[in-house]
Design a protein around this ligand. Structure first.
Ligand SMILES: [Zn+2]
Length: 256
């Protein structure tokens, strides 16, 4: 009850400014085609997101209110028909200026520790913050299939049940078996195609999706919201399952 009152007060007093809101819609083609009612809810969710999540800026990155809203609106797009509580497993958005390097360590069976560095544009881990590179945020939302905000948000939705496996908590009406069947078939097919890619065949979906089940889900979510027609054409079953999970049909909304 308390949270409901608090949220109502924030929406009354701090709703995203109209000029900011119209620029957000104009600058992000993936937000096209919403009804006025849906737009209103997305604006409210984004406002609440800005108040309930903490932004931590690192490496000299600066973000004014508008640029924070650029992140908020794209993070809220997937949960438009689910609600902000689906992001209850994290609080902080860390923003760094550019692609960052992650130091990885792993001990092999012989006990030897391997260390290597990997470049990251975003990162999510259980209970931890979402880390985003601003350069990649700026490249998101254009309708070309790439969206670091949606990618990392998808990992958080996946992690909500404590497991990083490309399967979020499902609603009634979609069984785990149905999900597994639809996703694993598509994933195996994609892996094979990605493996053959070097022989010159171009893939329409980023081959990072071939990394593992969780990345296949996260990249699938990027395409679901950025280029729904591509995902629907390549893997209609995955599109249908994501539409049931997100309770949205971006292919119909964006007509592409
Ligand atoms: Zn990922």
């Amino acid at each position: 009850m308390f949270r409901r009152l608090r949220r109502a007060r924030i929406l009354r007093q701090r709703l995203l400014a109209p000029e900011h809101w119209s620029s957000l819609l104009e600058e992000h083609p993936i937000l096209a085609g919403f009804s006025p009612e849906e737009q209103g809810r997305l604006r409210e969710l984004s406002t609440l997101f800005l108040h309930e999540k903490t932004f931590e800026l690192r490496g000299g990155q600066e973000l004014d209110a508008y640029l924070r809203a650029v992140i908020a609106v794209q993070a809220c797009l997937p949960v438009l028909n689910l609600g902000l509580d689906w992001y209850r497993n994290w609080r902080t958005v860390v923003v760094v200026p550019d692609v960052f390097t992650q130091e990885l360590r792993e001990q092999d069976e012989a006990g030897v520790v391997h260390e290597w560095e990997e470049e990251q544009s975003g990162e999510s881990w259980d209970q931890g913050p979402v880390v985003l590179s601003w350069q990649d945020v700026e490249a998101s939302g254009w309708g070309d299939g790439y969206n670091v905000v949606i990618h990392e948000a998808a990992h958080k939705l996946d992690l909500l049940d404590g497991q990083f496996n490309g399967r979020p908590q499902l609603h009634q009406g979609v069984s785990a078996a149905e999900w597994y069947e639809g996703f694993s078939g598509a994933y195996e097919d994609f892996r094979k195609r990605a493996g053959r890619k070097r022989r010159g065949k171009r893939l329409r979906i980023d081959d990072y999706a071939a990394e593992n089940d969780a990345e296949f889900f996260a990249v699938g979510c990027e395409y679901f919201f950025e280029q729904p027609g591509v995902l629907k054409g390549e893997y209609p079953q995955v599109y249908r399952l994501l539409a049931a999970f997100f309770r949205q049909d971006p292919a119909a909304r964006l007509k592409k």
